[in-house]
Design a protein around this ligand. Structure first.
Ligand SMILES: CC(=O)SCCNC(=O)CCNC(=O)[C@H](O)C(C)(C)COP(=O)(O)OP(=O)(O)OC[C@H]1O[C@@H](n2cnc3c(N)ncnc32)[C@H](O)[C@@H]1OP(=O)(O)O
Ligand SMILES: O=C(O)CCC(=O)C(=O)O
Length: 370
C-alpha cells in the first residue's frame, strides 16, 4: 500500500494553519524519514511563492514521488509543469451538488476539461491522478464514466474523496470494492474526519482494494481533518502486517515538528501520539503490565518514540504503589500498602492531581510511623 501524505496540501488547508518555506522543507524531509511513500506538497495555482516552495522541495531530491494538487484546467496544470513536477493530481467535482456549484451542471464541460489536461499530462509523460472531489456523494455510474475516460487517456490513478466526511466504513467497502472490480484505474483513498471516521474509512478502502491512501500528520486538514499519517502508518505495520521499518525517532520528530509548525495542540489521548497513551493508571492494568509487557498495550511506546509510565492515581492498586516504592529501595508490608490506597484516592480526588514519587514516599513513611 502507498501512503501519499498531503500534510503540505490538505493539511495546510486546515483553518489558521500556514507553513513557511523552512517548515515545508523540514516537514517534507521528516515525512520521508518517517515512512511516507509519496507527498502531495502544494497547489502551484496559488502563485509564485507556493511555486518557489514546491521547487525547493523538489530540489531536496527525495527518493519518492512528489505531487501537486490542481484543478483539472490547463492553467493549473501549466503552473505545475513550470515547477518541474512529474506527478499531478487533476481534480474535478463528481457529485451533482459540486458540479452544479462549479460548472452550472455542465458535465460535458467538466469532462472536456479533464480530457484536455490528461492529454497534455500524457504527452509530457507525467504521472496523473484524477481527483474525484466529493466522490462519496456522487453517482457511481458517473465515477465509472470518469475512470473509463481517464483509463483511455493514460491516467494512472483515481482518487476517491469523501470530501465532507459522511461515509461509514461498510459503505466505503462497498463503493471501493465496486470501483476496483472495474479494473480501470488504481484507487486512492482521501477521507475526511467530520464524524471521526477518516482513518477507519481509509483503512476500509484499502481492505476493499484501494492501492494508496492520503494522510496528514496529526490528522490536519479541512474542518475536522483527514486520515492521520501516524494512525495509517502504524495500522499498515501492525494490523496489515506490512513489512515496514518504522523509525520511531523520526516519527516522533515529525509529529512534534508538525504540531509546532501548525500551532495545534495534540490531545493527550490521541492515538499513536498523545502524551498519555502509555500512562497506565488502573491497578489491574499495572498489575498485568508488570507481569507481561503486552498485557494492556497494542504496541510498545518505544515503537513510536515514547515512554511508559504508571501514575499514582485514584485507580491505582497495590501493584502500582509497590512498583514505585520498590524502585526507591523500600519493601513495604501489605497492610501498609492497603492503608495507603484510600488515602491516595482521597488526595487525588480532592486536588485532581496524581501523587509524585516524593509525595508517595512521604505518605509511606507517615503510614509506617503510625
Ligand atoms: C476539496 C478541496 O480541498 S479542493 C482544494 C481547495 N484548496 C484551496 O482552495 C486552497 C488554495 N486555493 C487558492 O489559493 C485559490 O482558491 C485559487 C488560487 C486556487 C483560486 O483563486 P481564485 O481564482 O481567486 O478563485 P476562488 O478561490 O474565488 O474560486 C475558485 C474558482 O475555481 C473554480 N473551481 C473549483 N474547482 C474547480 C475544478 N475542479 N475545475 C475547474 N474549476 C474549479 C471555482 O468554481 C471558482 O471559479 P469562479 O471563480 O469562476 O467562481
Ligand atoms: O480532488 C482532490 O484530489 C482532493 C480534494 C480534496 O481535498 C477533498 O475532496 O477533500
Amino acid at each position: 500500500m502507498i501512503i501519499n501524505d498531503t500534510t503540505l496540501r490538505d493539511g495546510e488547508q486546515a483553518p489558521f494553519v500556514a507553513f513557511n518555506t523552512e517548515e515545508k522543507i523540514a516537514i517534507a524531509s521528516a515525512l520521508y524519514l518517517a515512512g511516507a511513500d509519496e507527498l502531495e506538497v502544494g497547489i502551484p495555482a496559488m502563485g509564485g511563492k507556493e511555486q518557489a516552495d514546491i521547487k525547493e522541495i523538489l530540489a531536496l531530491d527525495l527518493p519518492l514521488r512528489i505531487m501537486s494538487w490542481n484543478r483539472a484546467t490547463m492553467r493549473d496544470l501549466e503552473a505545475s509543469l513550470a515547477c518541474g513536477l512529474k506527478a499531478v493530481d487533476l481534480s474535478i467535482p463528481v457529485s451533482d451538488i459540486l458540479i452544479d456549484a462549479k460548472f452550472k451542471g455542465d458535465k460535458n464541460r467538466l469532462l472536456r476539461n479533464l480530457e484536455e489536461v490528461l492529454h497534455v499530462s500524457a504527452q509530457e509523460g507525467i504521472f496523473a491522478c484524477i481527483g474525484g472531489e466529493d466522490s462519496s456523494r456522487a453517482d457511481l455510474g458517473f465515477i465509472k464514466e470518469v475512470m473509463a475516460l481517464g483509463h483511455s487517456l493514460g491516467a494512472h490513478r483515481f482518487r476517491y474523496c469523501d470530501t465532507v466526511g459522511i461515509m461509514r466504513p461498510h459503505q466505503i467497502f462497498e463503493h471501493i470494492s465496486y470501483l476496483t472490480s472495474l479494473n480501470l484505474l488504481d484507487i486512492e483513498m482521501h477521507t475526511h474526519n467530520d464524524f471521526g471516521m477518516a482513518t477507519a474509512n481509509a483503512i476500509s478502502g484499502l481492505e476493499a482494494g484501494a492501492k494508496s491512501v492520503n494522510t496528514t500528520v496529526i490528522g490536519l486538514g479541512e474542518r475536522a481533518g483527514n486520515a492521520s499519517f501516524e494512525q495509517v502508518l502504524m495500522s499498515l505495520a501492525h494490523l496489515f502486517g506490512e513489512q515496514r521499518t518504522i523509525d520511531s525517532d523520526a516519527l516522533r520528530h515529525l509529529v512534534l515538528l508538525v504540531e509546532k509548525a501548525s500551532k495545534q495542540t495534540i490531545s493527550s489521548t490521541m492515538p499513536i501520539v498523545g502524551k498519555n497513551i502509555f500512562s497506565h493508571e488502573s491497578g489491574i492494568h499495572v498489575n498485568g503490565m508488570i507481569k507481561h509487557e503486552k498485557a494492556y498495550e497494542a504496541f510498545s511506546p518505544q515503537s513510536v518514540g515514547m515512554k511508559r509510565s504508571y501514575p499514582i492515581g485514584k485507580h491505582s492498586g497495590s501493584a502500582t504503589l509497590l512498583f514505585h516504592l520498590r524502585a526507591m529501595g523500600y519493601e513495604p508490608e501489605n497492610d501498609i500498602i492497603h492503608k495507603m490506597l484510600p488515602q491516595v484516592r482521597q488526595i487525588v480526588t480532592e486536588r485532581k492531581k496524581v501523587l509524585n514519587k516524593k509525595e508517595l514516599k512521604a505518605l509511606f513513611l507517615a503510614s509506617k510511623a503510625c
